[in-house]
Design a protein around this ligand. Structure first.
Ligand code: 5GP
Ligand code: ZN
Length: 113
């Protein structure tokens, strides 16, 4: 997808601190961390919303959810972690390529505002 930041990172056109990569996903550090550890898990196929997802893309997303807990040491997930998927305007989605935020390494509050 043209002009998509995460497609460019996947293509290697923009650098990122990569933590894990396979045929389904790329996991890298968020440039502006919202917790002690903040990673982004990005499926390699471009779609914005769960509502837009094809069957094939849903298999990719499933692979992401299965892989994340397998990386507990690498991502510092031992004491618990939070996954967030921002969808659309009210949630403040800023990059329109679906991604899973992985937050860990500290105790977290619970306030959506
Ligand atoms: P969203 O707001 O769409 O849920 O999440 C987008 C995330 O991408 C934000 O947490 C933001 O800090 C991160 N981000 C934006 N630009 C870049 C970049 O160039 N590199 C990396 N690694 N993360 C980025
Ligand atoms: Zn994209």
């Amino acid at each position: 997808m043209e002009n998509c930041l995460f497609c460019k990172i996947i293509a290697g056109e923009i650098p990122a601190s990569k933590m894990y990569e396979d045929e389904n996903m790329l996991i890298f550090k968020d440039i502006d961390p919202k917790a002690k550890n903040h990673y982004l898990c990005v499926p390699k196929s471009h779609f914005k919303l769960l509502a837009d997802m094809t069957e094939e893309q849903s298999e990719m997303l499933k692979a992401c959810f299965k892989k994340i807990p397998e990386l507990q040491k690498e991502l510092g997930l031992e004491n618990g972690y939070r996954l967030v998927i921002n969808q659309g305007e009210d949630a403040g989605q800023t990059v329109f390529h679906l991604h899973i935020h992985i937050l860990s390494g500290q105790k977290m509050g619970w306030t959506p505002a």
